[in-house]
Design a protein around this ligand. Structure first.
Ligand SMILES: [Ca+2]
Ligand SMILES: [Ca+2]
Ligand SMILES: [Ca+2]
Ligand SMILES: [Ca+2]
Length: 349
């Protein structure tokens, strides 16, 4: 959510000016602009207060006590960063564990209203299985009470160049979990799960690092998930979703949600993919497009007679691949709409 200050530069009323604002700053389309306010922020320093309406007092029902949620008193001279004063940068909050008027918690950087926090420099959330596929017959044979949700997991990756100590790091929104004392090597992945018993039935956990079991569940309709360090400071916070441009197959149809680029924007649905692997890839790297051998490389959707609709497949590998028994489908409800005949192998040519 963004509230635009300084109407001197761009007028702020009306949807059209919001579009102008977003274009100017490259603000992503899913960021809501709440509106425009009157007045402007002083270039010399100002006092911005965030106030929350408390409950009226019984003895004075007309008085709404306003709570001071946060306060930022900034200045245009040292120790405040000078580059935010007309040199194209804006003030960015770096830590949120104190009051906003503490200059030590601010830095100057390129203006990015509504954008995600800087990419994580130690831990990235790389996979969410928020709406797992239904339990299979063999899984229900182990425990008839298993439900989809119990196969949920969250995967994290150490993106730092050195080991990361996880003790005290927490998931504070979406699901609730505090990591025990344990270290993660560079490039190593760790998984936190909803129900270890169910997870162990569905996945091969022998080589996997499972940190433990979280409370709550990942909402099947999308929600905010927040990772916080030991000082209760959000290091990563974003909202995943199950609609719009978000991968539909991750919504209960067999895929998990896999991060494409951990240094990219976590709010951007294009930065997430439906996992290739059925059930996702907990503890493992996502199967990238480059690793796929057979691709759909032509779709003729409206064939004019005598042409019929057609789908062309292409084997990108330098060996023959048996695709007999594979399926083609255009429906998340029926993945077995067309079965490729068991005719043997189809070579590269
Ligand atoms: Ca939740
Ligand atoms: Ca769920
Ligand atoms: Ca859903
Ligand atoms: Ca994975």
């Amino acid at each position: 959510m963004v509230v635009r200050f300084d109407p001197g530069a761009i007028p702020v009323d009306g949807a059209e000016t919001h579009t102008t604002f977003k274009l100017h700053y490259g603000t992503r389309p899913w960021v809501d602009i709440a509106g425009g306010y009157e007045g402007s922020l002083s270039n010399r320093g100002d006092n911005v207060q965030l106030l929350r309406a408390g409950d009226p007092l019984p003895e004075e029902p007309d008085l709404v006590p306003l709570w001071l949620e946060d306060e930022v008193v900034y200045e245009d001279e040292a120790p405040w960063p000078a580059t935010a004063d007309g040199f194209g940068y804006s003030l960015h909050r770096e830590t949120a564990d104190g009051w906003g008027n503490d200059v030590a918690s601010w830095t100057a950087a390129a203006a990015s209203p509504g954008s995600v926090e800087r990419p994580p420099d130690t831990l990235a959330i790389t996979e969410l299985n928020y709406h797992p596929h239904r339990p299979t017959q063999s899984e229900l044979a182990v425990d008839p009470n298993f439900t989809s949700d119990e196969f949920e997991f969250v995967e994290l990756l150490n993106v730092a160049g050195q080991p990361v100590e996880l003790g005290g790091i927490r998931l504070t929104e979406g699901v609730i979990f505090e990591f025990p004392a344990m270290a993660l090597s560079p490039g190593q992945r760790v998984v936190v799960v909803k129900n270890p018993a169910a997870f162990d039935v569905r996945y091969d956990t022998a080589e996997m690092l499972v940190a433990g079991q979280y409370e709550d569940a990942l909402d099947d309709d999308g929600e905010r998930i927040t990772l916080a360090d030991g000082a209760t400071q959000a290091v990563l916070s974003f909202r995943y979703d199950d609609s719009g441009d978000w991968p539909a197959r991750a919504d209960g149809q067999g895929s998990s949600l896999e991060m494409v680029d951990p240094a990219g924007d976590y709010h951007d649905p294009d930065n997430w993919q439906a996992s290739s692997r059925y059930g996702g890839s907990p503890g493992n790297i996502a199967l990238s497009f480059a690793q796929r051998d057979v691709v759909v490389n032509e779709v003729l959707a409206t064939g004019a007679p005598p042409l019929l609709d057609a789908i062309k497949l292409y084997n990108t590998a330098d060996r023959s691949i048996d695709i007999g028994g594979w399926y083609l489908s255009n429906s998340g409800d029926d993945y077995q709409k067309y079965e490729i005949p068991l005719a043997g192998t189809y070579g590269r040519a």
